[in-house]
Ligand binder design. Sequence first.
Ligand SMILES: Cc1ncc(COP(=O)(O)O)c(C=O)c1O
Length: 397
Amino acid sequence: MDRLAIEGGKPVRNKLLPYGHQWIGEADVQAVIEVLRSDWLTTGPKVGGFERAFADFVGAKEAVAVSNGTAALHAAMYAADIGPGDEVIVPPMTFASSANCIVFQGGTPVFVDVDPDTLLLDPALVEAKITPRTKAIIAVDYAGQPCDYDALRAIANRHGLTLVADACHALGGSYKGRPVGSLADLSAFSFHPVKPITTGEGGMITTDDPGLAQRMRVFRNHGITTDHRQREQQGSWFYEMVDLGYNYRLTDFQCALGLSQLRKLPEWVKRRQEIAQRYNTAFAEIPAVRPLGVRADVSHAYHLYVVRLDLAKLRTTRAEMFAALRAEGIGVNVHYIPVHLHPFYRERFGTGPGLCPAAETAYEQLITLPIFPAMTDKDVSDVLIAVSKVMSACCSQ
Ligand SMILES: Cc1ncc(COP(=O)(O)O)c(C=O)c1O
């Protein structure tokens, strides 16, 4: 396959098309500049403004802004009162943070396998892993598709568990007409540049419970009950640290960027869905390239577009496909190495191959193709041309 770029002459693209990319417009730049010229760079009015707009957007009562998606998950684990001895159920087909947040609080992640078609946490497998120590379930809306929240809610209610959504991929998606962010007790979001909207780094937790929101506001501010601006307004120097917290604050200029980005999100999700539809139509003709299953009751936010390769049919390896597509200028990626296979988890928790067979099998076959709202129709065509060029090279070997 390495012969491809040489024998095939020119690659489809000279400059790599990334798998995901931010889209920053002039309004975003102006929004940030305005805050940079104001008195409040952090703990100022834009934080509450972004939180309110975000909560309204997802139909939640409260939103708490934090410095990144990992901090959002950590705050959610803190709000759920996870501590040493507690077990939390989490799928392995995700970024490490989804499980790391449990360990930050001294808890134990219990990996439960995914549905082989959607790669979302399989509710049918959850109940068997619940023990008297189980305290929460983290559902990961992998690639942007919301999990089966009715099924997970029923399990959580039956066992008195907190239901947490790792919705870092799924902002703008919905389940049975209900927006992501309103489906779990606590929902965590990321605003990393490849995510649905960006603040550079950033995160948010949504909840309908004002008590949990208040707990997380203290947690993101060192465990201190008032912030700098509140003390200034009160004309007081006094503060109390009531618990061990972190500096997980999001700045005002980041919140201004988030507010500006949020206005564009509905259009961006539509564009992602359009691109996914073009891919789906093209791959319907190619049995060796299988898009992941999408349930009929969701609106998929398509943070990622992931396909499974039938490597036997293609007579190649995933590594060769990956290298050949990269050589064609297509910035493919792999999401994810199942978390329970990482050395840290193997060593600390004794996890390893065989624990979650559906995720492990899928991992060997997955490849992520570029999808982001600023992609042009020509960009999408380039991806499809590159895939068919690479495939015909494999099949003619
Ligand atoms: C599913 C998932 N959870 C959590 C995170 C962590 O978000 P952040 O990078 O903002 O800390 C990511 C980001 O990569 C993610 O993809």
